[in-house]
Design a protein around this ligand. Structure first.
Ligand code: PBG
Length: 331
């Protein structure tokens, strides 16, 4: 300090709303949001999900209504997840390859209703289709086998692309699947179908409500630690991202979100590619529980957490609060 006054007063630019707006470094808009939706069978069906208060499974007609709502709100992408009837779940998850499965019907219906006004992102992994709840094929010992699973994931990806999916998002964490899927898409005439890789996906305790939503929680024995990443590791996340980019991923995802913002920032700094994060079901449930307990205010919590993702380097976020946030942002 040179005189009786601080040389720099950082509070000066914070003193008024116009000045705060002028100096804001990070912008959050509805175009940053990807809205995950759960699809179920039937017509006119809405099934609330107990552990995800405010989130429901919708039958295809309801999904189309949500898609129209998303277009109006300025949300650019929907992410779809199916609730598969128990009779269609099997050890080999072959329902994933059925061209008339719930996912394909939902994709086609959205594309028919909204065309390119909205993008459809589809999850690639077998857990909504297996009767054991794992993301891939298991051997006698219960180990999820890599290469045979990749073959099925390739078929699943092609099935979704043929139905009209715009972005294939493999969430399975098998080695080598991005390259195999990219090859198949190119050869199958889907050169412009994107791949957003769940590149750094951790074996997390934050996925519980999602597993309720797709009906795999009760089926899953054990855990997913032999393929999803150890939450202790960060360097390994950079290796995962490097491989997926080399294999042809257009963008990469970090998942879960808020507890892994350090990974988002390191990936962004290291690779300068589009990075997305998934604010997962357990994170959503934590915010809702905090609101219910009177510990915080929903709108502020939602906007602050989403802004934090942008500040950390995200191009966009998957969040179950997408429609609510888009409304708050005044599309
Ligand atoms: C399936 C998948 C999961 C999620 C997205 N895709 C669950 C899991 O890996 O067990 C979790 C999303 C969420 O919790 O919101 N592979």
């Amino acid at each position: 300090m040179t005189g009786p006054f601080p040389a720099t007063r950082l509070r000066r630019t914070r003193a008024t709303a116009w000045s705060r707006a002028l100096h804001r470094e990070t912008l959050l808009t509805p175009a940053d949001l990807i809205w995950p939706l759960f699809v179920t069978d039937g017509t006119g069906v809405e099934e609330p999900i107990g552990s995800l208060p405010g989130v429901s499974r919708w039958s295809v007609d309801g999904i189309v209504a949500r898609a129209r709502e998303a277009v109006d709100l300025g949300i650019p992408v929907l992410a779809l997840f199916p609730y598969t009837q128990s009779g269609r779940r099997s050890a080999d998850g072959k329902e994933a390859l059925n061209p008339d499965n719930l996912m394909c019907r939902a994709i086609a219906a959205i594309k028919q209703a909204c065309g390119d006004d909205i993008g459809v992102l589809t999850d690639v992994a077998l857990d909504p289709y297996t009767d054991h709840g794992q993301d891939g094929l298991v051997d006698e010992a219960g180990y999820v086998v890599n290469d045979a699973t990749v073959d099925v994931l390739v078929g699943q990806s092609l099935n979704q692309a043929r139905a009209g999916a715009d972005i294939i998002a493999p969430s399975d964490m098998m080695d080598g699947r991005i390259g195999a899927i990219r090859d198949a898409l190119e050869q199958g005439g889907h050169a412009n179908v994107q791949i957003m890789s769940y590149a750094a996906k951790y074996a997390s305790a934050f996925y519980g409500p999602f597993r309720d939503a797709v009906g795999s929680r009760g089926l899953l024995k054990g855990d997913k630690k032999t393929y999803q990443m150890d939450p202790a590791n960060a360097e390994e996340a950079l290796r995962e991202v490097e491989l997926d980019l080399a294999e042809g991923a257009d963008s990469v995802m970090v998942k879960p979100g808020l507890p892994y913002l350090d990974i988002v920032r390191r990936v962004k700094d290291a690779f300068e590619v589009p990075v997305f994060a998934y604010q997962v079901s357990g994170e959503y449930a934590m915010i809702e529980a905090a609101v219910a307990a009177g510990a915080g205010e929903r709108d502020a919590l939602v906007l602050e957490t989403l802004l934090a993702f942008k500040r950390a380097g995200c191009s966009g976020m998957l969040t179950y609060h997408a429609a609510h946030a888009a409304r708050l942002l005044g599309a």
